[in-house]
Design a protein around this ligand. Structure first.
Ligand code: PMP
Length: 406
């Protein structure tokens, strides 16, 4: 195991050298979007400089090179998630796209009275598509409630499952609180009841390496831009049997076998779900980002980020009036907090003036904010390229903001 050298790692990220408002940037908005290492930026530049072309259809050299690189990236991503087959990996524009694709498919498979279960900790992108689906087919949405510490009430989950349950969906890790959900048990129990499971891995994939076969999960979705890759690309893993069963999401070029005005037949997997020209460069760069993360090593990443989380938690809690939401021991490097009597937006604005990027608001998870009866939180989310010194700067900035605002 290569020892974790954060100073060496930071050299890979050119953006970390910049200043914001006259201060060296401290980037603590990693749960929204991670930063991009030079290794991935180089792959993007190389694509547009050397072999930019449309894929799958061309006989010319550039098209073949681009097709090879894109399909190689799919295989890298398949291996990363340990999927059995490369065609079980569908390139999407991101997690939201993947969820909508599956929700649209289940829209056709479910009927009135069927039930689907969602967790109280979901991002809006894992709530709204299912509500839209229920409006179309009359299926009923049930919710696993949450506890004060940001964990799910698993005993209530047991009572929600029945032979009516057709699908359960839950995030692997909550973006608003950082809670790591017990997805192994969620999947196993759903399967016992005969239901399929979709796991939203948007927040998990920067921190852990999911094994979709070991999990026996039916669908798993992620976004490249939270994994040191570019925006506008992601992946949907689906078990082959499900991807064969679901109808296509969008119609268009690339996804057909044969088209006449009387009838169209669809292409095989994965093309059935990849209508139109995809984000070719994005897919290739996603592969490079997965290589980069694996070279750093997920064990090293988790251990280091855990240290940062413990350090920041202790330092922030030492400030009078700070309350942290989501206190489960099973959590990743996300701290959602407020200072009594201060609006989170005001803290976010002041710390930005000091060069520190945090997120403020409801984090696309309004039901969680409603549970705590707050308008939102300040969320500092750490990545493996952050440091203790940066956390010290956040703590100083929060103390300063508090003095100014109270
Ligand atoms: N689910 C979770 C848990 C997320 O954190 C996010 C991004 N904040 C999404 C879904 C949506 O991802 P994207 O915007 O990349 O589609």
């Amino acid at each position: 195991n290569i020892p974790f050298n954060v100073e060496e790692i930071r050299k890979d990220f050119p953006i970390l050298k910049r200043e914001v408002n006259g201060y060296p940037l401290v980037y603590f908005d990693n749960a929204a979007t991670s930063q991009t290492p030079q290794q991935v930026i180089d792959v993007i530049v190389d694509y547009y400089s050397s072999y930019n072309a449309n894929i799958h259809r061309g006989v010319h050299t550039l098209s073949q090179e681009a097709t090879d690189a894109y399909e190689q990236a799919r295989i890298k991503i398949q291996k990363h998630f340990n999927a059995a087959k490369a065609h079980e990996m569908i390139f999407t524009s991101g997690t939201t796209h993947g969820i909508n694709l599956v929700a649209n498919g289940f829209g056709a498979l479910l009927k009135e009275g069927d039930e689907i279960i969602v967790s109280a900790l979901e991002h809006h992108s894992n709530i709204v598509p299912w509500q839209m689906m229920c409006e179309r087919n009359g299926a009923v949405l049930r919710v696993i409630p949450m506890n004060e510490d940001g964990t799910l009430m698993m005993d209530v989950y047991d009572t929600l499952l029945s032979e009516k349950t057709k699908l359960v969906f839950c995030n692997h890790i909550s973006n608003a609180l950082g809670t790591i959900n017990p997805i192994e048990s969620i999947i196993q129990k759903a399967h016992q009841a005969g239901a399929a499971v979709l796991i939203d891995g948007a927040q998990a994939c920067p921190h852990v390496k999911p094994d979709v076969q070991a999990l026996d999960v039916d669908f798993y979705v992620a976004s490249a831009h939270k994994m040191c890759g570019p925006t506008g690309v992601g992946v949907l893993y689906g078990k082959e049997k499900w991807l064969k069963k679901l109808p296509p999401y969008q119609g268009g070029g690339e996804m057909i076998a044969e088209v006449t005005f009387e009838k169209t037949t669809y292409a095989d997997l994965p093309h059935k779900f990849e209508a139109g020209t995809p984000n070719i460069c994005g897919g290739i760069a996603f592969g490079a980002a997965v290589d980069y993360l694996n070279a750093v090593g997920f064990k090293a990443i988790a251990a280091y980020e855990h240290e940062l989380l413990a350090y920041a938690t202790e330092k922030l809690l030492a400030i009078d009036g700070v309350k942290i939401y989501g206190t489960s021991s099973a959590k990743t490097s996300v701290i959602s907090f407020n200072i009594e009597g201060v609006h989170p937006y005001d803290i976010g604005t002041i710390v930005d003036k000091l060069g520190i990027a945090v997120r403020t608001g409801h984090h696309c998870a309004q039901p969680i904010m409603d549970y705590y009866k707050i308008p939102g939180t300040v969320r500092a989310s750490f990545a493996f390229y952050n440091t203790r010194e940066e956390i010290d700067r956040l703590v100083d900035a929060v103390i300063r903001a508090k003095k100014m605002l109270l």
